[in-house]
Design a protein around this ligand. Structure first.
Ligand code: KG4
Ligand code: ZN
Length: 336
């Protein structure tokens, strides 16, 4: 029997600098530095994100090693997010991972960020059985993924334009809320009436999504209402948030239900930043009991961007012999 493997994982694809230490497939530490600098700009400013990653990466890795009580000399493999993401942000994590691996003579594993979001389900118990169907909803992606094993994943459907998280964030921006707006819409929606306003639910072919239509519908709706009543947003914030959130959730779950029913899959989950949404979690649980599904929702810190999930993907790729060379470069877009 081989001895235990200690793995250092790095995530820097967007605006979270994160490092995790794993012992085999068990997470010992997961440190996340969220960049606050973007709040005032209504979205992530790529140059600022890259600069903040440079400032954060060394201290974040140090704390991850300390929290895990693991010395860097004990690390046996380095995993890192190679794609997709903001190129300048990815470069910092990729550069750090390569330097760390080269200095200590360690193997490297390149991880696809979206595959890692799905593998967040395997950090804690209960873990899904295969086949497992995962709706991965983040700021940049919306995908329905069929998983036959930890590494055998097929994207069945995805957004043709904006991601669900982007629909949340852009709506929040139109409502004058800071970035990232998803958690704030979630908060205000709790006090609002989801049936007060209605917005269109897109109907794309098969398991695909579209969120650009709802964004435009909200823009025109707000313009029209504000013309008649300049205080419209302030007076109706809770109901607007609840109605928009309900529309996004219906759009997402309609396709997830179609896929699960068509394929006869009973092990169903959500992953990615938007899976932190309380309305989506509740609606999924209700849909699950209606259909007799076993539902999987990762713990909050494993829903949004984190290095623990990169470590999980790194672990399964490493034991499958999928290491990469030091020549590897980051990629803003990449299929898997
Ligand atoms: O997975 P993630 O952390 O980063 C990407 O890979 O994009 O997802 C970030 C997205 C943002 O759009 C953010 O607004 C959204 O997740 N988000 C939420 C909630 N928490 C985070 N959206 C709705 N409700 C939430 N509670
Ligand atoms: Zn993500």
């Amino acid at each position: 029997m081989n001895s235990d493997l200690f793995l250092l994982a790095i995530e820097s694809s967007c605006d979270e600098t994160s490092a995790a230490v794993l012992k085999n497939n068990r997470v010992l530490s997961n440190v996340i530095a969220t960049q606050k600098v973007h709040e005032q700009y209504g979205g992530v400013v790529p140059e600022m994100a890259s600069r903040a990653h440079i400032q954060n990466i060394v201290p974040v890795v140090d704390v991850a090693l300390q929290n895990a009580s693991v010395k860097k000399e004990q690390i046996g493999v380095v995993a890192f997010t190679q794609a997709p993401g903001l190129l300048g942000s990815l470069l910092v994590g990729v550069g750090f991972a390569k330097s760390f691996a080269q200095a200590l003579g360690l193997p490297l594993v390149a991880v696809h960020h979206m595959q890692a979001h799905v593998l967040a389900h395997f950090i804690e118990d209960p873990k899904p059985n295969f086949p497992f169907l995962c709706l991965t909803v983040s700021g940049g992606h919306t995908q329905i993924v069929l998983c036959k094993s930890h590494l055998d994943m097929t994207v069945l459907g995805e957004t043709m334009d904006d991601a669900a998280g982007e629909a949340f964030d852009k709506t929040a921006k139109m409502l004058g809320l800071p970035y990232p707006g998803g958690p704030l819409i979630d908060k205000y929606a709790k006090e609002g009436d989801p049936l007060r306003f209605s917005f269109p639910i897109s109907d794309m072919a098969n398991y695909d999504f579209s969120f650009s239509g709802i964004k435009t519908a909200i823009l025109y709706f707000l313009q029209k209402e504000k013309k008649q009543n300049p205080d419209f947003v302030e007076k109706n914030l809770n109901d607007i948030c609840a109605s928009v959130q309900a529309t996004i959730i219906k759009t997402l779950l309609k396709k997830l239900e179609l896929a699960a029913t068509t394929l006869g899959i009973k092990s169903v989950g959500i992953a990615g930043g938007v899976s932190a949404n309380s309305g989506l979690r509740k609606a999924l649980e209700e849909l699950g009991s209606k259909n007799g599904w076993q539902i999987f929702i990762p713990k909050f810190e494993y829903c949004t961007d984190n290095a623990a999930m990169i470590g999980m993907a790194g672990y399964y790729k490493f034991i499958a012999g999928q290491t990469c060379s030091l020549d590897i470069t980051p990629s803003a877009r990449a299929s898997w």
